[in-house]
Design a binder for this molecule. Structure first.
Ligand code: 13P
Ligand code: SF4
Length: 371
């Protein structure tokens, strides 16, 4: 069979799986999992839809899942999440392990807002004003491509997640006076501010403009240079949603993911990663009401889980905003990769080139050693 014929056969096979209904998929996923046994582990992010989520051996936020990937013994790590998560899994796992992303189109639109060419240009332009290697630590949010993690590894930088951003910034400031933070300006700003860094000491680098649209004076003065990236899902939450809700239910407790805007986070009682949100609401007093600024699948599932404790968990936005890329992983794709594994075929393997993986691992290990 030629390569093109083989690829066509594979594409056709996916189309056939797409015709299956969820219930049929469910039974076949269970059967495939039984055949694969401990050779295969399924990791699931909290934003996954229920029909996929229920098949995960381990669930978690980005940090927890990256640790799981590093510790797993399984031959195949099937990552029900988005592309950068499967890349991290490949980087942190052993060479004889295989990371698989059920749908290759499951990316992260925020991660796509920073690419290597633009970050390298930013670094060059900053070096016209600063001694970058001596004064700036590049910090990439884990929601970024592997080559950006490698960039951080090459420049004595580090990776962070939403649950360890503060500790990572403390690590960075203990080494150099400034941080270049990409791609999420909101996580950088919310974290910096909570550490006592005034808003005036943080500037936004607009990658579409020469010198990020900043003056030399602004760059010299800044402590954190924030990349102009954002998560469109978390930008749907607005401070007025909180105000309106509190008018109706004044005792509501507000909790937000730090990818939400500064204004939303300022009005929140608690701020933290997906794992933190789940833990906080689960451990809260019974009969409490919560307004949550993060993805809908998590919020709906949490609401069902804690209902029997008299707790009510509400989604912050009046309009539905799911992470459409997380949603791409459906039972049909999961079944397709699992049944292929049963047949001895690896489909949708995620492989980070060796040199890139080596440097990216430096930056990831810097993070894993901090927290
Ligand atoms: P967590 O690290 O909190 O799971 O967040 C990942 C993410 O992509 C949130 O949008
Ligand atoms: Fe990326 Fe936003 Fe989706 Fe998280 S919710 S994976 S940041 S697009």
């Amino acid at each position: 069979m030629t390569q093109t014929t083989a690829m066509t056969a594979q594409a056709l096979a996916i189309q056939q799986f797409a015709l299956l209904d969820d219930i049929d998929c469910d039974a076949r996923i269970v059967a495939a999992r039984q055949k694969l046994g401990t050779r295969c582990v399924v990791l699931g992010h909290h934003y996954q839809r229920d029909e996929v989520f229920r098949h995960a051996d381990f669930i978690g936020d980005s940090l927890k899942l990256s640790r799981m990937a590093a510790q797993s013994d399984a031959e195949y790590i099937v990552f029900c999440g988005v592309h950068f998560m499967a890349e991290v899994s490949d980087i942190l796992s052993r060479p004889d392990q295989t990371a698989i992303l059920p749908d290759l189109a499951a990316g992260c639109s925020m991660a796509d807002m920073a690419d290597l060419a633009n970050v390298e240009r930013c670094w060059r332009e900053l070096s016209q004003v600063l001694d970058v290697e001596q004064t700036v630590t590049p910090v990439t949010y884990i929601n970024s491509a592997a080559d950006l993690k490698a960039f951080c590894g090459q420049h004595n930088g580090i990776v962070c997640t939403s649950s360890n951003a503060q500790k990572v910034l403390e690590w960075s400031f203990a080494r150099r006076e400034k941080v270049l933070f990409f791609p999420d300006q909101h996580l950088g700003r919310n974290t910096g501010y909570r550490m006592g860094i005034p808003l005036d000491d943080m500037v936004v680098w607009d990658f579409s403009k020469p010198m990020g649209g900043l003056s030399e004076e602004q760059i010299s003065k800044a402590r954190i240079i924030l990349w102009k990236g954002f998560c469109s899902v978390h930008q749907m939450f607005r401070p007025e949603h909180i105000d309106d809700f509190l008018k109706r239910y004044p005792k509501t407790i507000v909790i937000a993911h730090p990818e939400a805007s500064f204004e939303v986070c300022q009005k929140a009682n608690y701020i933290g990663s997906t794992e933190y949100i789940l833990k906080t609401v689960r451990e809260a007093e019974p009969n409490t009401r919560w307004l949550v600024a993060t993805e809908l699948n998590l919020v709906n599932r949490l609401n069902r889980e804690v209902k029997h404790q008299g707790k009510e968990v509400h989604f912050m936005s009046p309009t539905i905003c799911m992470c459409s890329t997380m949603f791409r992983t459906d039972p049909q794709h999961l079944l397709w990769v699992l049944e292929n594994l049963v047949e001895g075929h690896v489909v949708n393997r995620i492989r980070v080139p060796e040199t890139e993986a080596r440097y990216a691992k430096l930056a990831l290990n810097n993070m894993l050693n901090v927290v």
